[in-house]
Write a protein that binds this ligand. Structure first.
Ligand code: UDP
Ligand code: MG
Length: 351
């Protein structure tokens, strides 16, 4: 089903959509887990904890704040420990090293125990003030309420253009519909988290995995604020790799393109060969044709290298997956109060 950013949060569900929903009571309150991966976020982590706690206390539901330390090299872990010592709602999952945001997030999802889970960036780019609105969607019966950025203010035209191109490309080749301008900011019910945690692939393109599990979902349009402090960990090289990851984990279209390209080139070469033979028979062959020869050789060489490269991208990923290593290793876990009363497996199904 298409759910573009045009659909606003309070748009009435279509008939087909409504029939898939099982609404909950107007005053229903689930236990909430907030999951936040953090890598070198010493400037923001304390303020993050303050803002999240303030908002969750106002909601009044039992909650926990799962902070995942993704191998930070600054004071982030020490600050997390201090927060956890003072606040029984805080849980700290300390990974053994830096595994990258996607895996850190998965580690948090594996360890949280709330009936609904909200994923937030530790840099406060995703406003915790929107959680009550997300809960409205949950009461309406949706399993996933995902944040859609209303504008990409503060981003360069190059980043906007490349993002646009990426969504166009992946939308046209992948069978799973990946919503545009959607990050990890979302609320999910326990059953979605449970299904997500069954996807253990090493190459984790989270946007794609979120879309793959499906379930009734609804967008929530919001303005993404600039980073509170500190620096982004993304650059164009990483973005390029993320795009490669997205395409190679969700479609084998490039492999097919390589074969079709090969077939077309081979076919055209046959035609050209026939033409050359005909020409030689008709007019003889003085020693010309060096440029055309070079062009053909170079062109074919290029096509072959591209095709081999595409193969390599996939084979490399197969290589990484067959090793079957655990996604991450945990150094230490400091549980929250919510965690000691419920465990991820016994937490009641929110559906
Ligand atoms: N992050 C992480 N591990 C990493 C890189 C980033 O856990 O290796 C966290 C980071 O602390 C932040 C979130 O992922 O909470 C988003 O990172 P960032 O703000 O750098 O990305 P952006 O918002 O610019 O996309
Ligand atoms: Mg950020």
């Amino acid at each position: 089903m298409t759910r573009g950013p045009a659909a606003s949060a309070d748009a009435p569900a279509t008939l087909a959509e409504r029939s898939r929903l099982s609404p909950r009571a107007d005053d229903a309150l689930p236990s909430i887990s907030i999951v936040a991966p953090a890598y070198n976020e010493q400037e923001v982590i304390v303020e993050f904890h303050r803002r999240v706690s303030e908002n969750l206390r106002a909601i009044g539901a039992p909650y926990e704040l799962v902070l995942v330390n993704d191998g930070s090299s600054d004071q982030t872990l020490a600050l997390m420990h201090a927060l956890q010592a003072d606040d029984p709602q805080v849980m700290v999952v300390d990974l053994s090293r830096n595994f990258g945001k996607e895996i850190a997030l998965s580690a948090g999802l594996d360890h949280c125990s709330g009936e609904v889970v909200v994923v937030l960036d530790a840099d406060l780019q995703d406003p915790p003030e929107l959680i009550p609105e997300m809960l409205e969607g949950w009461r309406a019966g949706y399993d996933v309420i995902y944040g859609v950025r209303s504008d990409r203010a503060g981003e360069s035209w190059l980043k906007k253009a490349t993002a646009q191109l990426f969504y166009r490309l992946i939308g046209s080749v992948s069978r799973v519909e990946i919503p545009r301008d959607t990050g990890d900011f979302r609320l999910m019910t326990r059953r979605v988290v449970r299904e997500l945690s069954r996807l253990r692939e090493e190459h984790r393109f989270m946007k794609g995995l979120f879309a793959w599990v499906g379930f009734p979902s609804r967008p929530l349009v919001y303005r993404r604020s600039p980073r509170l402090a500190g620096v982004t960990k993304w650059n164009y090289w990483k973005l390029w790799n993320l795009a490669l990851e997205g395409i190679t984990s969700f479609t084998i279209a490039p492999l097919k393109i390589a074969s079709y390209l090969g077939i077309s080139v081979a076919f055209l070469s046959l035609l050209y060969a026939a033409f050359v033979i005909w020409k030689t028979l008709m007019y003889g062959d003085p020693v010309r044709g060096y440029p055309s020869l070079l062009v053909v050789v170079l062109f074919l060489g290029g096509v072959q290298l591209i095709a081999v490269g595409v193969l390599g991208e996939y084979i490399g990923r197969i290589f990484n997956e067959v090793k079957g290593r655990p996604l991450y290793l945990v150094n230490r876990i400091l549980p929250s109060q919510l965690h000691s009363t419920t465990t991820p497996t016994s937490a009641s199904d929110a559906s």
